[in-house]
Design a binder for this molecule. Structure first.
Ligand SMILES: [Zn+2]
Length: 90
């Protein structure tokens, strides 16, 4: 069982959260300019890291905000949890 410290609510049990995937995946800036292979890689290809990894989690049964959690995939230790940076406007 993981104990994740929501930056807004404080430490809460993992059951209050929903996993949202790899926090390092970036949508192509101009999807219409992407090749099929680039778009397919964005949608489907994910690593299987051993060690510390940045993940997105939603505090679904709490404040409902998305946070970035750095977790060790080998030990399940939650190294840090932080708010997401605002998305820069274009
Ligand atoms: Zn929260």
């Amino acid at each position: 069982m993981l104990l994740i410290a929501c930056p807004y609510c404080g430490p809460r049990d993992q059951v209050e959260y929903s996993y949202g995937g790899d926090a390092n995946v970036r949508r192509p800036a101009d999807p219409s300019a992407s090749t099929d292979a680039e778009w397919s890689a964005y949608l489907n290809e994910r690593g299987n890291p051993a060690g510390e990894h940045d993940e997105l989690w939603q505090h679904a049964m709490g404040c409902r905000r998305w946070i970035a959690v750095r977790r060790n995939t080998l030990t399940h230790e939650v190294v840090s949890a932080r708010t997401l940076k605002p998305v820069a406007s274009t």
